[in-house]
Design a protein around this ligand. Structure first.
Ligand SMILES: [Zn+2]
Length: 491
């Protein structure tokens, strides 16, 4: 049995101002054959899991290209094609099982379904291999992906904490399929919704538990919610449910519809309703204890630039001292701080550089408290993510982290790694929609998600879709399943 693994991932915000070129992949991590040994990021977590399980099953194992870029605008076509072809052409001709770590919401300047394209090309080259992909739940589920792959396994949790478990699940399904023990059949139910679904909230945590219970039923191999990525404009953008059974499409369809209809029934409750800047900061000042504020809309993890200063400006206006705010992507500002040196005071223009969603910049009198050439932070599943050269500056009683590599804020070491003592802070503001939550929970007396200005607006009814096929989705219309024929696909 010969297993080949590879990976290609970025989450494309088609409304974001920047493109994703070669440098974005180099920055995010490109590995050729040594991902399991050398990658500290999520591709390394997944590759190591696949390697250790493959070796324990005596399978022959080889690694191809893994390339991952921070979410942003569409990938440059030539860059995407180069990476795609390296994966497809790099697979050994005698591969029995091909496992890919993809995202599922990658769009290039000329292709709205990069994952479907990669999988279809592999399928044409390897008509008899078992092909499986590990996907992020913020993906778009396309017919091309479904027809080209034998198994698509999705992360169940948001924050995404289950990479190792789902990687193991995909390997197990694909190995058993290659051995002729099972015949995976996938069923997908279209919920006709666009939304945002953190899984620690009541309805979603129950739904995740329901997925796991379904997998205990005879013949069910995997069950998942396709959250969809609202800020990626593609024909298939939207929420789905997915069930893989052992050759039983009828069972898969009934479970997919049951879970999907439960979600649909809770659609009003699932709509995010976060306070605006004024409401959120007023609430934060009135509450006791340490308050963590999430800058939801300027989240680099959803393709936003990460340089909108609206929340910081509002905190300064309200004199919310004893606070830490991060992380701003502003390499120019970092360079100015590094050149000025630790202890220097200077007038610094921060943020507002990348486009309309970045808003206006902020001119601050700052003191440089620390500069680090290779700052980084803990990411998901124990992986790490680099920030590059970074600075800690203090302005108006607020400690601000500025970085050279764009990333959402995942963990407290984004601050403490520069020397900021979070234990003494009354307010901590992070640029992230959700992935920060687990790591900050132990130090937060209260977390407030703030509907800030920025690239990730949560009013899903008014997103300016041009490619999305079904525009009669919730919340754009109140009850789309009430008057539509139901869409269930199986393959
Ligand atoms: Zn995701």
């Amino acid at each position: 049995m010969r297993i080949f693994i590879a990976g290609l991932g970025t989450e494309t915000n088609t409304f974001a101002p920047l493109l994703t070129g070669a440098a974005a992949f180099e920055e995010g991590g490109v590995f050729r054959g040594d991902t399991s040994a050398a990658c500290e990021g999520l591709d390394g977590v997944v590759a190591r899991q696949w390697r250790s399980l493959a070796e324990s099953s005596d399978a022959d194992f080889c690694e191809g290209l893994f390339a991952r870029a921070q979410p942003s605008g569409p990938a440059v076509q030539a860059v995407y094609e180069g990476l795609r072809d390296e994966i497809v052409d790099g697979a050994p001709p005698d591969a029995d099982v091909i496992l890919l770590h993809l995202h599922g919401a990658m769009v290039s300047t000329e292709c709205l379904d990069c994952e479907g394209d990669v999988l279809a090309r592999l399928r044409r080259r390897f008509p008899d291999a078992v092909i499986g992909a590990l996907l992020d739940p913020h993906c778009h589920m396309t017919d091309e992906m479904l027809s080209a792959a034998d198994a698509l396994v999705l992360l169940k949790h948001y924050p995404h904490t289950d990479y190792k478990e789902r990687a193991a699940e995909l390997l197990d399904i694909c190995l058993r399929a290659a051995n002729g023990e099972i015949r995976p059949v996938t069923s997908v139910f279209d919920c006709r919704m666009v939304g945002f679904y953190p899984t620690e909230a009541p309805v979603m945590s129950e739904t995740v538990a329901q997925l796991t219970q379904c997998e205990d039923r005879a013949g069910v191999l995997s069950a998942a919610i396709i959250h969809g990525f609202p800020w990626g404009d593609t024909p298939e953008t939207g929420t789905r449910t997915l069930v893989i059974t052992d050759g039983n499409a009828e069972l898969g369809q009934s479970i997919a519809e049951e879970i999907g209809r439960n979600l649909y029934a809770a659609r009003e409750e699932l709509l995010p309703s976060y306070p605006n800047l004024d409401e959120a900061l007023k609430e934060a000042q009135e509450k006791e204890g340490r308050i963590v504020l999430a800058d939801v809309a300027d989240n680099a993890g959803g393709g936003a630039p990460g340089d909108n200063v609206s929340l910081l400006r509002a905190m300064l206006d309200r004199e919310m001292t004893n606070a830490a705010v991060g992380c701003f992507w502003d390499p120019v500002a970092v360079a100015f701080c590094a050149d000025a040196g630790v202890g220097a005071t200077l007038r610094l223009r921060l943020g507002g550089k990348c486009g309309v969603s970045s808003g206006e910049p902020l001119d601050l009198d700052v003191r440089v408290r620390a500069v680090k050439a290779d700052h980084d932070q803990t990411k998901l599943a124990g992986s790490r993510y680099p920030f590059g050269a970074s600075a800690w500056v203090e302005a108006g009683g607020i400690d601000v982290v500025i970085t050279s590599i764009r990333s959402q804020t995942f963990a407290p070491d984004a601050f403490t790694g520069l020397g900021i003592d979070l234990a003494t802070k009354r307010f901590i503001a992070v640029k992230s929609s959700q992935h920060f939550y687990e790591a900050f929970k132990p130090i937060a007396d209260k977390t407030i998600f703030v509907a800030t200005p920025g690239a990730l607006q949560l009013d899903f009814a008014t997103l300016p879709y041009k490619h999305k096929r079904d525009l009669d989705y919730f919340p754009r219309v109140p009850d789309p399943l009430g008057h539509q024929s139901i869409s269930i696909r199986s393959k």
